[in-house]
Design a protein around this ligand. Structure first.
Ligand code: DAH
Length: 340
Protein backbone atom coordinates (compact mmCIF):
# COMPACT_ATOMS: atom_id res chain seq x y z
CA UNK A 1 0.00 0.00 0.00
CA UNK A 2 2.94 2.26 0.59
CA UNK A 3 3.81 2.03 -3.03
CA UNK A 4 0.33 3.15 -4.10
CA UNK A 5 0.54 6.19 -1.87
CA UNK A 6 3.96 6.84 -3.26
CA UNK A 7 2.61 6.72 -6.83
CA UNK A 8 -0.02 9.33 -5.91
CA UNK A 9 2.74 11.50 -4.54
CA UNK A 10 4.88 11.08 -7.68
CA UNK A 11 1.88 11.95 -9.86
CA UNK A 12 1.23 15.18 -7.96
CA UNK A 13 4.84 16.34 -7.99
CA UNK A 14 5.38 15.38 -11.62
CA UNK A 15 2.37 17.42 -12.70
CA UNK A 16 3.69 20.47 -10.87
CA UNK A 17 7.22 20.07 -12.20
CA UNK A 18 6.15 19.49 -15.80
CA UNK A 19 3.83 22.46 -15.65
CA UNK A 20 6.72 24.66 -14.51
CA UNK A 21 9.12 23.69 -17.34
CA UNK A 22 10.28 26.72 -19.36
CA UNK A 23 13.23 25.52 -21.44
CA UNK A 24 14.33 22.37 -23.23
CA UNK A 25 17.19 21.92 -20.72
CA UNK A 26 14.73 21.98 -17.84
CA UNK A 27 12.56 19.59 -19.78
CA UNK A 28 15.32 16.99 -20.02
CA UNK A 29 16.11 17.23 -16.30
CA UNK A 30 12.51 16.80 -15.26
CA UNK A 31 12.00 13.96 -17.72
CA UNK A 32 15.01 12.06 -16.30
CA UNK A 33 13.79 12.76 -12.80
CA UNK A 34 10.39 11.15 -13.40
CA UNK A 35 10.95 8.66 -16.20
CA UNK A 36 14.70 7.96 -16.08
CA UNK A 37 16.08 4.57 -15.15
CA UNK A 38 16.76 5.70 -11.62
CA UNK A 39 13.49 7.52 -11.15
CA UNK A 40 11.16 6.56 -8.34
CA UNK A 41 8.63 5.35 -10.84
CA UNK A 42 11.11 3.06 -12.57
CA UNK A 43 12.24 1.70 -9.22
CA UNK A 44 8.62 1.09 -8.24
CA UNK A 45 7.97 -0.74 -11.52
CA UNK A 46 11.03 -2.87 -11.01
CA UNK A 47 10.05 -3.74 -7.44
CA UNK A 48 6.61 -5.04 -8.40
CA UNK A 49 7.87 -8.53 -8.92
CA UNK A 50 8.84 -8.64 -5.24
CA UNK A 51 5.38 -7.76 -4.02
CA UNK A 52 2.97 -10.27 -2.65
CA UNK A 53 0.93 -11.72 -5.47
CA UNK A 54 -2.34 -10.11 -4.40
CA UNK A 55 -0.87 -6.56 -4.56
CA UNK A 56 1.04 -7.05 -7.82
CA UNK A 57 -1.96 -6.65 -10.13
CA UNK A 58 -3.21 -3.37 -8.70
CA UNK A 59 0.18 -1.74 -8.20
CA UNK A 60 1.40 -2.91 -11.60
CA UNK A 61 -1.71 -1.53 -13.32
CA UNK A 62 -1.53 1.84 -11.56
CA UNK A 63 2.22 2.27 -12.05
CA UNK A 64 1.96 1.52 -15.78
CA UNK A 65 -0.97 3.91 -16.09
CA UNK A 66 1.00 6.66 -14.39
CA UNK A 67 3.97 6.03 -16.65
CA UNK A 68 1.85 6.39 -19.78
CA UNK A 69 0.16 9.49 -18.39
CA UNK A 70 3.52 11.11 -17.63
CA UNK A 71 4.89 10.22 -21.07
CA UNK A 72 1.85 11.84 -22.59
CA UNK A 73 2.33 14.98 -20.49
CA UNK A 74 5.99 15.24 -21.43
CA UNK A 75 5.15 14.87 -25.10
CA UNK A 76 2.62 17.64 -24.94
CA UNK A 77 5.07 19.88 -23.09
CA UNK A 78 7.72 19.23 -25.69
CA UNK A 79 5.60 20.34 -28.62
CA UNK A 80 4.54 23.38 -26.62
CA UNK A 81 8.20 24.29 -26.13
CA UNK A 82 8.96 23.75 -29.83
CA UNK A 83 6.19 26.04 -31.02
CA UNK A 84 7.27 28.72 -28.58
CA UNK A 85 10.85 28.27 -29.66
CA UNK A 86 10.01 28.79 -33.31
CA UNK A 87 7.91 31.82 -32.56
CA UNK A 88 10.57 33.43 -30.46
CA UNK A 89 13.08 32.81 -33.26
CA UNK A 90 10.82 34.58 -35.71
CA UNK A 91 10.06 37.61 -33.59
CA UNK A 92 13.26 37.95 -31.62
CA UNK A 93 16.17 37.31 -33.95
CA UNK A 94 17.55 40.83 -33.89
CA UNK A 95 20.62 39.79 -35.85
CA UNK A 96 18.58 39.00 -38.96
CA UNK A 97 18.99 41.57 -41.77
CA UNK A 98 15.87 43.70 -42.22
CA UNK A 99 13.55 43.27 -45.18
CA UNK A 100 14.02 46.01 -47.75
CA UNK A 101 10.77 47.70 -48.71
CA UNK A 102 10.74 48.75 -52.34
CA UNK A 103 8.91 51.99 -53.01
CA UNK A 104 7.84 52.88 -56.52
CA UNK A 105 8.21 56.35 -57.98
CA UNK A 106 6.97 58.43 -60.86
CA UNK A 107 8.21 57.89 -64.41
CA UNK A 108 10.83 60.47 -65.45
CA UNK A 109 8.51 61.93 -68.10
CA UNK A 110 5.71 62.27 -65.57
CA UNK A 111 8.08 64.09 -63.24
CA UNK A 112 9.24 66.43 -66.00
CA UNK A 113 5.67 67.13 -67.02
CA UNK A 114 4.69 68.00 -63.43
CA UNK A 115 7.72 70.23 -63.07
CA UNK A 116 6.84 72.08 -66.27
CA UNK A 117 3.20 72.46 -65.29
CA UNK A 118 4.26 74.00 -61.99
CA UNK A 119 6.51 76.50 -63.74
CA UNK A 120 3.70 77.64 -66.04
CA UNK A 121 1.19 77.71 -63.20
CA UNK A 122 3.58 80.07 -61.41
CA UNK A 123 3.37 82.29 -64.54
CA UNK A 124 -0.42 82.31 -64.21
CA UNK A 125 -1.10 79.78 -67.01
CA UNK A 126 -3.91 77.22 -66.67
CA UNK A 127 -3.38 73.55 -67.50
CA UNK A 128 -5.93 72.09 -69.92
CA UNK A 129 -6.45 68.72 -71.54
CA UNK A 130 -7.68 67.32 -74.84
CA UNK A 131 -8.43 63.89 -76.31
CA UNK A 132 -5.76 61.74 -77.95
CA UNK A 133 -8.27 60.40 -80.44
CA UNK A 134 -9.03 63.56 -82.37
CA UNK A 135 -11.15 64.55 -85.33
CA UNK A 136 -9.58 65.79 -88.54
CA UNK A 137 -11.08 69.24 -88.15
CA UNK A 138 -9.31 70.00 -84.87
CA UNK A 139 -6.03 68.34 -85.76
CA UNK A 140 -5.83 69.92 -89.25
CA UNK A 141 -8.57 72.01 -90.87
CA UNK A 142 -9.16 74.51 -88.07
CA UNK A 143 -5.39 74.94 -87.76
CA UNK A 144 -5.29 76.22 -91.32
CA UNK A 145 -4.21 72.88 -92.76
CA UNK A 146 -7.05 72.01 -95.19
CA UNK A 147 -7.38 68.63 -96.86
CA UNK A 148 -5.04 68.19 -99.84
CA UNK A 149 -2.78 70.96 -98.54
CA UNK A 150 0.83 69.88 -98.87
CA UNK A 151 1.47 71.08 -95.31
CA UNK A 152 -0.29 67.94 -94.11
CA UNK A 153 2.82 66.05 -95.11
CA UNK A 154 4.52 67.61 -92.10
CA UNK A 155 2.59 65.18 -89.91
CA UNK A 156 2.57 61.47 -90.72
CA UNK A 157 -0.78 60.45 -89.40
CA UNK A 158 -2.30 57.35 -87.85
CA UNK A 159 -5.83 57.37 -89.24
CA UNK A 160 -8.39 55.32 -87.37
CA UNK A 161 -10.70 52.91 -89.10
CA UNK A 162 -14.11 53.77 -87.86
CA UNK A 163 -17.55 53.27 -89.25
CA UNK A 164 -18.85 55.78 -86.75
CA UNK A 165 -18.40 59.38 -87.77
CA UNK A 166 -18.62 62.10 -85.16
CA UNK A 167 -22.10 63.44 -85.62
CA UNK A 168 -22.31 67.17 -86.02
CA UNK A 169 -24.32 69.14 -88.50
CA UNK A 170 -21.51 71.63 -88.96
CA UNK A 171 -18.89 69.06 -89.84
CA UNK A 172 -18.52 67.73 -93.32
CA UNK A 173 -18.07 63.98 -93.51
CA UNK A 174 -14.40 64.40 -94.34
CA UNK A 175 -13.43 66.66 -91.45
CA UNK A 176 -14.96 64.35 -88.88
CA UNK A 177 -12.66 61.47 -89.70
CA UNK A 178 -10.86 60.08 -86.65
CA UNK A 179 -7.10 60.02 -86.09
CA UNK A 180 -4.54 59.87 -83.30
CA UNK A 181 -3.59 63.50 -82.75
CA UNK A 182 -0.26 64.29 -84.36
CA UNK A 183 0.35 67.28 -82.08
CA UNK A 184 -1.22 69.05 -79.11
CA UNK A 185 -2.19 72.08 -81.21
CA UNK A 186 -5.85 70.91 -81.63
CA UNK A 187 -6.32 71.67 -77.93
CA UNK A 188 -5.92 75.36 -78.89
CA UNK A 189 -9.06 75.19 -81.01
CA UNK A 190 -11.04 73.16 -78.49
CA UNK A 191 -10.21 75.65 -75.76
CA UNK A 192 -10.96 78.76 -77.84
CA UNK A 193 -14.31 77.34 -78.92
CA UNK A 194 -15.47 77.22 -75.32
CA UNK A 195 -13.65 80.18 -73.71
CA UNK A 196 -13.32 83.90 -74.21
CA UNK A 197 -9.96 85.73 -74.11
CA UNK A 198 -7.89 87.02 -72.44
CA UNK A 199 -6.31 83.79 -71.17
CA UNK A 200 -3.09 81.82 -71.13
CA UNK A 201 -3.03 78.02 -71.16
CA UNK A 202 -0.74 75.05 -71.57
CA UNK A 203 -1.82 71.62 -72.77
CA UNK A 204 0.65 68.79 -72.16
CA UNK A 205 0.00 65.35 -73.61
CA UNK A 206 0.81 62.35 -75.74
CA UNK A 207 0.90 62.65 -79.53
CA UNK A 208 1.43 60.07 -82.29
CA UNK A 209 3.24 59.97 -85.62
CA UNK A 210 3.19 57.26 -88.24
CA UNK A 211 6.99 57.03 -88.39
CA UNK A 212 9.81 54.57 -88.05
CA UNK A 213 11.48 54.80 -84.66
CA UNK A 214 15.13 55.54 -83.99
CA UNK A 215 17.16 57.11 -81.20
CA UNK A 216 15.49 60.51 -81.65
CA UNK A 217 12.09 59.52 -83.06
CA UNK A 218 9.29 57.57 -81.48
CA UNK A 219 5.85 56.93 -82.95
CA UNK A 220 4.50 58.17 -79.65
CA UNK A 221 5.87 61.12 -77.68
CA UNK A 222 4.96 64.05 -75.45
CA UNK A 223 4.29 67.64 -76.38
CA UNK A 224 3.54 70.75 -74.43
CA UNK A 225 1.28 73.21 -76.19
CA UNK A 226 1.00 76.81 -75.06
CA UNK A 227 -1.43 79.55 -76.07
CA UNK A 228 -1.81 83.10 -74.82
CA UNK A 229 -4.50 85.35 -76.26
CA UNK A 230 -5.33 88.95 -75.36
CA UNK A 231 -5.72 92.46 -76.74
CA UNK A 232 -2.08 93.45 -76.93
CA UNK A 233 -0.12 90.24 -76.91
CA UNK A 234 3.09 90.57 -78.87
CA UNK A 235 6.08 88.53 -79.85
CA UNK A 236 8.02 90.23 -77.03
CA UNK A 237 5.61 88.65 -74.53
CA UNK A 238 6.38 85.29 -76.07
CA UNK A 239 10.13 85.80 -75.79
CA UNK A 240 9.80 86.77 -72.16
CA UNK A 241 7.64 83.78 -71.20
CA UNK A 242 9.99 81.39 -73.00
CA UNK A 243 13.11 82.81 -71.39
CA UNK A 244 11.60 82.55 -67.89
CA UNK A 245 10.40 79.03 -68.56
CA UNK A 246 13.78 77.82 -69.88
CA UNK A 247 15.64 79.39 -66.99
CA UNK A 248 13.38 77.81 -64.39
CA UNK A 249 13.40 74.43 -66.10
CA UNK A 250 17.17 74.15 -66.58
CA UNK A 251 17.85 76.07 -63.35
CA UNK A 252 20.25 78.46 -65.06
CA UNK A 253 20.32 81.16 -67.73
CA UNK A 254 19.75 79.57 -71.12
CA UNK A 255 20.82 81.13 -74.38
CA UNK A 256 18.22 80.68 -77.10
CA UNK A 257 17.55 81.86 -80.64
CA UNK A 258 14.43 81.98 -82.82
CA UNK A 259 14.73 80.92 -86.45
CA UNK A 260 11.93 81.50 -88.93
CA UNK A 261 10.02 78.36 -89.87
CA UNK A 262 6.71 77.64 -91.52
CA UNK A 263 3.78 76.36 -89.52
CA UNK A 264 0.34 76.87 -91.11
CA UNK A 265 -1.26 77.97 -87.83
CA UNK A 266 1.12 80.84 -87.03
CA UNK A 267 2.42 83.91 -88.81
CA UNK A 268 5.25 84.58 -88.35
CA UNK A 269 6.39 81.12 -87.32
CA UNK A 270 9.67 80.21 -85.65
CA UNK A 271 11.63 77.37 -84.15
CA UNK A 272 13.21 77.77 -80.73
CA UNK A 273 16.82 76.60 -80.44
CA UNK A 274 18.69 76.47 -77.14
CA UNK A 275 22.43 76.41 -76.69
CA UNK A 276 23.47 73.22 -74.95
CA UNK A 277 27.05 72.05 -74.66
CA UNK A 278 28.09 74.33 -77.52
CA UNK A 279 25.41 73.05 -79.86
CA UNK A 280 22.12 74.56 -80.97
CA UNK A 281 19.24 72.16 -80.30
CA UNK A 282 15.68 72.66 -81.50
CA UNK A 283 13.20 72.35 -78.65
CA UNK A 284 9.98 74.01 -79.86
CA UNK A 285 7.94 75.47 -82.69
CA UNK A 286 6.09 78.72 -82.08
CA UNK A 287 4.65 81.90 -83.54
CA UNK A 288 1.87 84.46 -83.54
CA UNK A 289 -1.55 82.84 -83.95
CA UNK A 290 -2.70 82.97 -87.60
CA UNK A 291 -5.89 85.02 -88.27
CA UNK A 292 -7.44 81.97 -89.97
CA UNK A 293 -7.06 80.00 -86.73
CA UNK A 294 -8.88 82.73 -84.79
CA UNK A 295 -11.60 82.72 -87.43
CA UNK A 296 -12.00 78.94 -87.14
CA UNK A 297 -12.54 79.42 -83.41
CA UNK A 298 -15.01 82.30 -84.06
CA UNK A 299 -12.74 85.00 -82.65
CA UNK A 300 -12.37 88.32 -84.42
CA UNK A 301 -8.72 88.39 -85.59
CA UNK A 302 -8.80 92.21 -85.66
CA UNK A 303 -9.67 92.25 -82.00
CA UNK A 304 -7.44 89.53 -80.59
CA UNK A 305 -3.80 88.65 -80.78
CA UNK A 306 -1.81 85.81 -79.37
CA UNK A 307 1.18 83.55 -79.45
CA UNK A 308 1.36 79.76 -79.45
CA UNK A 309 4.16 77.31 -78.90
CA UNK A 310 4.72 73.55 -78.93
CA UNK A 311 7.60 71.99 -76.99
CA UNK A 312 8.85 68.46 -77.39
CA UNK A 313 8.79 67.19 -73.83
CA UNK A 314 10.90 64.11 -74.50
CA UNK A 315 13.45 66.39 -76.12
CA UNK A 316 13.65 68.60 -73.04
CA UNK A 317 13.98 65.54 -70.79
CA UNK A 318 16.73 64.06 -72.99
CA UNK A 319 18.69 67.30 -72.86
CA UNK A 320 18.23 67.86 -69.14
CA UNK A 321 19.15 64.30 -68.12
CA UNK A 322 21.61 63.51 -70.89
CA UNK A 323 19.60 60.61 -72.30
CA UNK A 324 20.84 59.38 -75.67
CA UNK A 325 17.78 57.43 -76.86
CA UNK A 326 14.14 58.50 -76.67
CA UNK A 327 12.99 54.87 -76.82
CA UNK A 328 14.32 54.31 -73.29
CA UNK A 329 11.40 56.36 -71.95
CA UNK A 330 8.90 53.92 -73.38
CA UNK A 331 10.83 50.66 -72.90
CA UNK A 332 9.65 49.96 -69.34
CA UNK A 333 13.24 48.88 -68.61
CA UNK A 334 13.63 49.05 -64.82
CA UNK A 335 17.40 49.52 -65.03
CA UNK A 336 16.66 52.82 -66.77
CA UNK A 337 13.60 53.92 -64.79
CA UNK A 338 15.18 53.24 -61.39
CA UNK A 339 17.85 55.87 -62.02
CA UNK A 340 15.36 58.69 -61.54
N1 DAH B 1 2.32 71.54 -83.55
C1 DAH B 1 3.66 71.68 -84.03
C2 DAH B 1 4.26 70.32 -84.30
O1 DAH B 1 3.80 69.38 -83.86
C3 DAH B 1 4.51 72.45 -83.07
C4 DAH B 1 4.09 73.86 -82.99
C5 DAH B 1 4.64 74.80 -83.84
C6 DAH B 1 3.15 74.24 -82.08
C7 DAH B 1 4.26 76.11 -83.78
C8 DAH B 1 2.71 75.59 -82.02
C9 DAH B 1 3.31 76.50 -82.88
O2 DAH B 1 1.80 76.00 -81.17
O3 DAH B 1 2.92 77.81 -82.81
O4 DAH B 1 5.25 70.20 -84.92
Amino acid sequence: MDILKNLEEIKKLAHQDIEAIKTTEEFEKVRVKYLGRKSELSLALRSIKDLPIEERREVGFKAQKLKRALEELFLRKLSELNVKGQMSMVSLDITKPGKKIELGHLHPLTKISQEIKNIFISLNFSVVDGPQVEIERYNFDALNIPANHSARDMWDTFWLQSSQKVSSSQLSAASSRLLLRTHTSPVQIRYMESHQPPFQIIAPGTVYRYEATDATHSFQFQQLEGLMVGKNISFANFKYVISVFLEKFFKRKIEFILRPNYYPFVEPGVDVYIKWKNRWLEVAGAGMVHPKVFEAAHYNPREWQGFAFGFGLDRLAMIKYNIPDVRLFYSGDLRFIKQF
